[in-house]
Design a protein around this ligand. Structure first.
Ligand SMILES: [Fe+2]
Ligand SMILES: [Fe+2]
Length: 374
C-alpha cells in the first residue's frame, strides 16, 4: 500500500527545488504573477497651478544652455522610474523665454507638443518652421531634427508628450545632437499646413511615404471650429463626446506611428458614460472645467491641467463648462500588434460607482515610487 505524501516534506522539497532553479537564473513560471500583473500606472492628475510657478522659477535660475530643454516632467507616483506619466508615455511641461533657442536634436522617440500659454515660439522640424499658438498640436515624428525658439515678447509654456518609455522598453532609444543650434531651414514657414491643411485634398506630385503625418502644426483655431460645427449636429460618442482624431491626411491613420492624438469637445453639462480600453491615455485640458471619474475616483480638472488614465481603467467625463480635452495614447501600437481592446461599462446605467475623490499622494522618497496594491 502506497504511503500518503508528507505535506511538510513536499513543501521543503519544492522550496529546495525553487532555490536550485534560481541559482541558474531561472524561475518556475507557475510561481510568477505573469500575465495577471497589474500596470503600475495609477490614475493621476497634475494641476497646472502647481507647475506654473515652478516653471517660471526654473526659467529664472536654470540657464537653458545647462538644461538643454527646460522641462519639468509629470511623474506618475505609481511608477518606480519616477519620470513617466504612464507605462509608455511622458507628459512634460516646457518653458522657453523670449530670445531663447532649444537646440536641434533628434531621437527615435516620437514627440508632440500642445501649446499651453504664450505666443511667439516656434518649432522647426526637418527644415520647416511653424509658429505656435495656444491649443495648437505640433508633431515631432521620430528621427526628425527639431529645435524650438521663442521670437516673441512673452514667455511660452507647452506640454510635451513622448513615447520614450515605450522606445526604451524596446531598447531602440537612439538620440543625436545636431552640431549647430538650429537645423537649416529648407522650406517656407508652415509649408506643410498649406499643402495638407485642408485635410481632404492631397497634392499629387509629392511623395510622402513616412509612417507619420506630413502636417507639422494642427492649428487649434481650425480644430475648434470643426468641433463646434460637428457639435451643432450631434452629441458625438457617448464615451468621448464630440471627439476627433488628428490624422495623417494621406492615410487617415494616426498622426504618428506610435502615438494617436485626439481632441474632444464636451459641451457644458455633458456627462459621458464609462468605458475602458487597452493603452494608457494622457489628457490635457485645453479649455474648460469639469471632472472625470477614473477607476471609481473623481478627478476635478480645470484649464491647463493634465491627467492620466491607465490602460484598462474605466473612465467617464463631465463638463461643468464647455471643455476641450486634448489626449494622446499608445493605441496605434496596440492596434497594429492585435493587442487593442475596449469595453463599455454595462452596470449602474453605464456610470461608475464613486469610491472616492482624488487627492495628491504624499511625495515618495527620492527614486522610490508608491507601489499600487495588486
Ligand atoms: Fe526632442
Ligand atoms: Fe476613452
Amino acid at each position: 500500500m502506497k504511503a500518503e505524501p508528507d505535506p511538510d516534506k513536499q513543501i521543503q522539497a519544492m522550496d529546495l527545488f525553487y532555490e536550485q532553479v534560481k541559482r541558474v537564473h531561472g524561475r518556475a513560471l507557475w510561481q510568477t504573477q505573469g500575465a495577471s500583473k497589474k500596470s503600475p500606472t495609477i490614475p493621476y492628475l497634475w494641476k497646472y497651478k502647481d507647475f506654473r510657478p515652478l516653471l517660471f522659477k526654473a526659467a529664472e535660475i536654470v540657464p537653458i544652455e545647462l538644461a538643454e530643454r527646460r522641462v519639468l516632467v509629470m511623474a506618475n507616483p505609481g511608477i518606480l522610474t519616477d519620470w513617466q506619466a504612464s507605462n509608455t508615455l511622458l507628459a512634460n511641461l516646457q518653458i522657453i523665454k523670449p530670445g531663447e533657442v532649444a537646440r536641434s536634436h533628434r531621437h527615435a522617440a516620437c514627440a508632440l507638443r500642445v501649446m499651453v500659454e504664450g505666443r511667439g515660439a516656434y518649432t522647426a522640424v526637418d527644415g520647416e518652421k511653424s509658429y505656435m499658438d495656444p491649443g495648437d498640436f505640433v508633431t515631432t515624428p521620430n528621427w526628425t531634427w527639431h529645435d524650438h525658439g521663442n521670437e516673441g515678447e512673452e514667455t511660452v509654456i507647452w506640454l510635451d508628450g513622448l513615447d520614450i518609455p515605450l522606445v526604451q522598453g524596446l531598447e531602440t532609444n537612439f538620440f543625436e545632437i545636431y552640431p549647430d543650434a538650429k537645423y537649416p531651414l529648407s522650406s517656407p514657414d508652415d509649408l506643410s499646413q498649406r499643402l495638407y491643411g485642408s485635410g481632404s485634398l492631397r497634392p499629387t506630385w509629392i511623395k510622402h511615404n513616412a509612417l507619420h503625418s506630413p502636417l507639422l502644426n494642427y492649428k487649434f483655431a481650425q480644430t475648434y471650429a470643426a468641433l463646434k460645427t460637428i457639435a451643432e449636429q450631434t452629441d458625438g460618442s457617448p464615451y468621448d463626446g464630440v471627439c476627433v482624431e488628428y490624422t495623417n491626411p494621406l492615410t487617415g491613420g494616426p498622426a504618428m506611428a506610435t502615438i494617436a492624438c485626439f481632441a474632444s469637445l464636451l459641451c457644458s453639462g455633458t456627462r459621458t458614460k464609462a468605458h475602458r480600453h487597452a493603452g494608457g491615455t494622457v489628457y490635457h485640458v485645453i479649455q474648460g472645467t469639469g471632472r472625470s471619474v477614473i477607476g471609481g475616483k473623481i478627478f476635478e480638472w480645470e484649464e491647463k491641467d493634465t491627467f492620466v488614465v491607465p490602460s484598462w481603467t474605466y473612465h467617464e467625463h463631465q463638463a461643468q463648462a464647455e471643455s476641450v480635452l486634448f489626449s494622446f495614447s499608445d493605441s496605434p501600437v496596440l492596434q497594429r500588434l492585435g493587442l487593442y481592446r475596449e469595453e463599455v461599462l454595462e452596470e449602474h446605467g453605464g456610470y461608475q460607482k464613486i469610491e472616492g475623490t482624488f487627492k495628491p499622494l504624499p511625495v515618495p522618497e527620492r527614486g522610490v515610487g508608491v507601489q499600487q496594491k495588486t
